[in-house]
Write a protein that binds this ligand. Structure first.
Ligand SMILES: Cc1cc(-c2n[nH]c(CCNC(=O)c3cc(-c4ccc(F)cc4)cc(O)c3O)n2)ccn1
Ligand SMILES: [Mg+2]
Length: 214
């Protein structure tokens, strides 16, 4: 029976990465995507930009929208101090199943809470589900037409505080024009674009970092 791309990506991790070593999991996925099959991970060019923002914010509470195979969950969680947690939301059960195994191989299952469901349904439940009040950091990497509605939902649910940092992937490719227009023109955000490329390609893409001003 044929396997899926996420299953083949997981197999590459299980074969090549050292259990409990997040960096080797990241390297194994990047190697697989450069040498075997492209996959929609934030990747090894935008990844270091994500790392630098996570280190700068050093969030006590972090949210990721769009887990896929768990590559960026591992990138983020490996940098989080003890006692802090990453909540990551994934819509597709098949992706979630693979991501759990990738996260486990990295040894980060105690720092990452993966929740299955649609962002629009889950965001209003975050505070109650996890006993948090606001997010210090949000990584948007899910359906591109959900970035703006979910940002507004985070505002309405009062899950952002003065200084909360939002980092959005794919603002050029596939593109999130309505989100970009909003964060770049709203007086409630200070926004900055980090130019890069679509993972594992020469196509332009980038990350938009937006600080909520309250
Ligand atoms: C909780 C929740 C979660 C989700 C959700 N979970 N997982 C996703 C995946 C979303 N990601 C992408 O679609 C994506 C696409 C490309 C791409 C593809 C093809 C091209 F030709 C060029 C670029 C590149 C990327 O970097 C991407 O991130 N959404 C949805 C709803 N609610
Ligand atoms: Mg992406």
């Amino acid at each position: 029976t044929s396997s899926t791309r996420p299953q083949r990506l997981l197999r590459a991790v299980q074969r090549k990465a050292t259990k409990g070593d997040p960096q080797s999991v990241i390297s194994a996925i990047d190697y697989f995507c450069r040498n075997s099959e492209w996959a929609m991970n934030v990747g090894d060019e935008k990844g270091p930009i994500l790392d630098s923002v996570v280190c700068e914010v050093s969030p006590a509470t972090a949210l990721e929208l769009g887990t896929y195979c768990g590559y960026s969950s591992v990138r983020i969680a490996r940098l989080l101090p003890v006692g802090t947690k990453l909540i990551t939301l994934e819509f597709h059960p098949d992706y979630a199943c693979i991501a759990r195994q990738v996260i486990q191989h990295a040894g980060l299952e105690d720092k990452i809470f993966l929740v299955e469901g649609a962002s629009g349904d889950l965001i209003p439940k975050m505070a109650d589900m996890f006993g948090i009040s606001t997010f210090d950091f949000v990584f948007l990497d899910h359906w591109k037409d959900r970035y703006l509605p979910d940002l507004k939902l985070l505002e309405e649910c009062q899950l952002l505080r003065k200084g909360s940092v939002l980092l959005a992937d794919n603002v050029i490719c596939p593109g999130t024009p309505d989100y970009l227009e909003y964060v770049r023109n709203s007086p409630r955000y200070e926004s900055r674009y980090f130019q890069s490329h679509l993972e594992y390609t020469k196509v332009e893409d980038g990350l938009e970092k937006s600080v909520f001003l309250g």
